[in-house]
Design a protein around this ligand. Structure first.
Ligand SMILES: Cc1cc2nc3c(=O)[nH]c(=O)nc-3n(C[C@H](O)[C@H](O)[C@H](O)COP(=O)(O)O)c2cc1C
Length: 225
């Protein structure tokens, strides 16, 4: 038996993984970045094959990782985690540093960064796992804490889209209580669901300037489902 709730107990961080070059860079939000060896220091990240970022990592053979600060905005998570660079250039308007390999590194809302050269690519099905050797690492702001996936889920009320390896279909989760008076509202931009059964506040009682915690869309855009 698989109790999918158990998977939510695994700890992760949240990162912007980028690749490409000065002419065209791209990146996506990832919770799957982890150190796999210490000598030499190597890091792995899992990137969905449909993400533009995966194509850029394959072409350039390098990637950067920006470690997001705890208070990272829903705008930056929405831009990198719910929209694809196939539609627009995500780098416009951001503070970008170019690494030794030429990959872009997002400095906004980040506390440190890594740059890695790909040494191995593993096809794990829906995703590629890129293993990279660390060639550069730097602190951007040593005073702040990093954003964890748990903080993002529990405090920011964020979710993960289908391309995230940790995505779990709602139907697989146990319904702890069924209350037919409680409603659900969905963000049309990113699919985020505000479920009154798990929130302390009814959707109508949220302030008018409340925005989607995942992508920053306005409350008035939400649709009852
Ligand atoms: C919280 C969160 C975690 C995510 N983790 C991953 C991940 O580990 N790997 C992945 O491929 N996509 C992950 N995603 C999804 C990508 O960020 C998303 O599909 C993005 O729009 C891809 O952009 P791109 O096509 O420009 O590369 C995550 C998204 C969120 C919001």
């Amino acid at each position: 038996m698989i109790n999918y709730e158990a998977l939510f107990k695994i700890s992760y961080g949240l990162y912007i993984v980028c690749s490409g070059n000065r002419d065209r860079g791209n990146g996506c939000i990832s919770n799957t970045v982890f150190q796999v060896t210490s000598d030499p220091p190597r890091f792995a990240t899992c990137c969905n094959k449909n993400n533009l970022t995966a194509e850029f990592i394959q072409n350039s053979g390098a990637f950067s990782v920006s470690i997001l600060e705890q208070n990272a905005s829903s705008e930056i998570i929405g831009k990198f985690g719910y929209k694809s660079g196939k539609e627009f250039d995500k780098m416009i308007g951001l503070q970008i540093h170019y690494g030794e390999t030429g990959v872009p590194i997002v400095l906004d809302e980040s506390i440190s960064f890594l740059e890695c050269k790909v040494v191995q690519t593993v096809d794990v099905g829906t995703h590629f796992m890129f293993i990279g050797e660390l060639i550069q690492a730097e602190i951007i702001d040593g005073t702040k804490d990093s954003l964890t996936y748990q903080y993002y889920r529990h405090v920011k009320k964020g979710a993960a889209p289908k391309n995230a390896p940790t995505y779990i279909d709602k139907s697989k989760l146990k319904a702890e209580s069924i209350d037919y008076l409680l409603k659900k509202y969905q963000c049309p931009a990113c699919g985020y669901i505000y479920d009154e059964a798990v929130e302390a506040i009814k959707f109508d009682d949220l302030p008018d300037d409340w925005i989607c915690p995942a992508c920053g869309s306005e409350k008035s855009d939400f649709i009852e489902i």
